[in-house]
Design a binder for this molecule. Sequence first.
Ligand code: IMP
Length: 442
Amino acid sequence: MSVGATKSWCGLIMNIAVSGIQWGDEGKGKIVDWLAEKHDVIVRFQGGNNAGHTLVVAGTTFKLSLIPSGILHEGTLNVIGGGTVLDPWAFLDEVRSIARSGVKVTPDRLVIADNTPLLLPIHRELDQLREDAADKGKIGTTLRGIGPAYEDKIGRRAIRLADLADRDRIRARLEKLDLHHNALRRGLGAESTDLDSLHRDLLAIAPEITVFGRPVWKLLDDMSAQGSRILFEGAQGALLDIDHGTYPFVTSSSTLPGTAASGAGIAPQRIGHILGICKAYCTRVGAGPFPTELFDSTAQYLADKGHEKGTVTGRNRRCGWFDATLARQVCITAGIDSLAITKIDVLDGLDEIRIGIGYELDGKRIEHFPSSSDQQARVKPIYESIPGWSGKTESVRQMRDLPNGARQYLDRIEQLTGKPISILSTSPRREDTIELSDAGWC
Ligand code: IMP
């Protein structure tokens, strides 16, 4: 990594997909916000209001969940793609909440794909019923109804945004959904759904939400043809991916950047670069394997200094060392071209920093994370230790001003993952972001 490089790399690439490469909360919101001014369109393509970003812009804190971070940039079009699941009530609450901070969300600034499946209150209820019934097997979901909403999509029962236009047919669609949900609710000892009130509420909200609906695939195709630059904003992280994550402790969508194409409706070839975001250490919310998790005073240090509390649920995040084995694996499954490292400043002040460089499983060294959940729970990390640095990385804006130790740490991450670092974030503020040009591909 060369010191002080400043050439603008992302000016050379047409469309970028940005994805977290850990268990979510990697600081994607800040990086997307920073990249947004270089793009014309920002697209969410999977997940729902389980996602949460906190952004600090000109001293005002914004909390976004469903709405893409580009909404904070005037002149940027924001799109919620059909690969997401949309809670219309949560969406409109978010619209009202950011309007109070002076940001208007109107259909000319935000478009929702009309094929987006709706997340209804019955999905949230089922999420809660299942978690309550699971006892020790709890996933620790965000309780937003994400899993049940995706199940109904895959089960071909979902009500999609475009369906709301046909008001006379909504009741029949709800009855089909109800048949399925009531069977599950009976099994879980819950009361039947209140079909009348759900029907009434959906009819009431339909006009407010349908004004945002359009065929997004066509909009993106037209804008691409006119030379617009599109940024695809992933939610959660690769280790929560339904196929490649720490299953079953995952979310219910495909979180890898490959989903950007199908979840938005554009050709995969149109994505010019895949940027993987990771923290300089690891965190996780909810249950599931986390090999490099710490339980000592360093965990507390990271949690306190990194404000490691979930934006959506307020839960404390589990903290641990950077796991290079998992990062390398994700760089392959997600097709990462370069990395953005966030929260390096949280490591300032530590005497020693560790990096997970492999695992021991039943007395043998392995270089990848196994697929079996039993084995995932048994792997023990093998660490490499490097000395902490004196001096601060916090708010540093030039590579040459970083402490030597911090540069060595970043070099080691590049070596172990095999990917160049193209962005370094040194505080939550938009301006404290370093762009590196020597990633070798621009
Ligand atoms: P669900 O997505 O609510 O079903 O939750 C499944 C798992 O994904 C749980 O461990 C959640 O804590 C985790 N999860 C979901 N969304 C996020 C996110 O945006 N950041 C971090 N973890 C998340």
